[in-house]
Design a protein around this ligand. Structure first.
Ligand code: FAD
Length: 385
């Protein structure tokens, strides 16, 4: 028998279970009541940010030595999953705080970590992640944003597109070309601040889902920043950006999982109440089989996601495959399960009077961002176990 160390699945500890209870009750009391309104009005979920920050759940991944909660990868997944269960837009607060700051955690100097992770942990400023551009999405290494050295400074020019929480965040990890001859090895990462001269933002995108999460362009117009704002060595920015995604795709899997669970939970309640042909529709085998399939897929996605979180925590060599697999699988499950939830509510499910159509629209993004699911398959194929 393989010892526990060799066993891939990561059984949540009592502490993890306790954390889930705390986040679930906070999410139900303080985030769920605003989820429909945030979606309808396309506004930032300030109530969620306030509630998460007050409970120190807005950026749980920040290590204790930098003033954070020091949550492990599974605990971070549980926070995101439980918030997404009631409001996907709000779950992007803890998720993108991790995405934006992980390059600093993984590759930043101690000074950079102290300077930026402390304020993030205290709730003084959120972090965004700026990799994508108008003409560089799946082929992110084809970016055009330039950083040119000028004495003790770097001067950045370019446009980053689709940046989650842009305008709300104080801090931005920006990937920019420092040596155009070297393609991905000529890209470096920097921390840019919202208050840096030359930083501005485009109009919020009008989206299908996650309407409460602002997505905007970030314009960099001769932004002059001190050289010590570079994250890691010159030319290592793309590698840091990809390493970051290995860890954070698991948080998108967590978001997908939460959305799917929220849809199943709602549908489960509805089918007991709704009567047709003189009995609750839950009594029909056709409905029961749909619910069974939904629950089965969610459980498979959960096991894959938690196992990936364990790999992220341990830094296992097969993390790249597992993170991509978890994100790809869980997001496909979220899409299938939310479509089925709409189906189970019939005509009512198709209206905005019920939350499942929002969940279906929100689920779609999990198949697209942090690399589309086609890109995840490329990543998996290149890293087959
Ligand atoms: C709401 C939202 C929030 C986002 N947040 C952020 C963020 O915070 N930071 C950030 O940097 N980016 C962010 N993104 C960008 C996101 O990661 C990209 O949209 C995504 O990587 C796809 O890039 P693209 O949109 O340019 O699509 P494209 O790359 O143009 O892809 C179009 C289609 O072609 C397919 N395709 C492309 N290449 C291949 C291939 N080699 N093989 C097979 N199929 C392929 C794709 O899978 C897709 O179906 C966000 C996007 C959205 C919509």
């Amino acid at each position: 028998m393989a010892g526990n160390k060799d066993f891939d699945l990561y059984r949540p500890s009592e502490e993890h279970d306790e954390l889930r209870k705390v986040v679930r009750s906070l999410a139900e009391a303080k985030i769920a009541p605003f989820a429909a309104e945030v979606d309808e009005e396309g506004r930032f979920p300030q109530e969620a940010l306030d509630a998460l920050t007050a409970s120190d759940l807005h950026a749980v991944h920040v290590p204790e030595e930098f003033g954070g909660a020091g949550a492990d990868a599974l605990a971070t997944v549980i926070v995101i999953e439980e918030v997404a269960r009631v409001c996907a837009s709000s779950s992007l607060i803890p998720a993108v705080n991790k995405l934006g700051s992980l390059p600093v955690v993984l590759s930043g100097s101690d000074e950079l970590k102290k300077k930026y992770l402390g304020p993030l942990a205290k709730g003084e400023g959120m972090f965004s992640y700026c990799l994508s551009e108008p003409d560089a999405g799946s082929d992110a290494a084809g970016m055009k944003t330039r950083a040119v050295r000028d004495g003790d400074f770097w001067v950045l020019n370019g446009v980053k597109r689709w940046i989650t929480n842009a305008g709300v965040s104080e801090y931005y990890t920006v990937m920019a070309v420092t040596d155009p001859e070297k393609r991905s090895k000529g890209i470096s990462a920097f921390v840019v601040e919202k208050s840096d001269e030359g930083v501005s933002f485009g109009a919020p995108e009008k989206k299908l889902g996650i309407k409460g999460s602002p997505t905007r362009e970030v314009y960099l117009d001769n932004v002059r920043i001190p050289a010590d704002r570079m994250i890691g060595e010159e030319g290592t920015g793309f590698a840091t950006a990809m390493k970051t995604l290995d860890h954070t795709r698991i948080t998108i899997a967590a978001q997908a999982l939460g959305i799917a669970q929220g849809a199943l939970d709602y549908a489960k309640g509805y089918v007991q109440e709704r009567k047709q042909f003189g009995k609750p529709i839950a009594d029909f085998q056709g409905v029961q089989f749909m619910l069974a399939d939904m629950a089965m897929k969610i459980e498979a996605a959960r096991q894959l996601t938690y196992a990936a979180a364990a790999k992220s925590e341990r830094g296992d060599s097969d993390l790249t495959f597992q993170g991509a697999a978890a994100k790809c699988f869980a997001s496909d499950v979220a899409m299938e399960v939310t479509v089925d939830a709409v189906q189970l509510l019939g005509g009512y499910g198709y209206t905005r009077d019920y939350p499942v159509e929002r969940m279906m629209r929100d689920a779609k993004i999990t198949q697209i961002y942090e690399g589309t699911n086609q890109v995840q398959r490329i990543v998996m194929a290149r890293n087959l176990p």
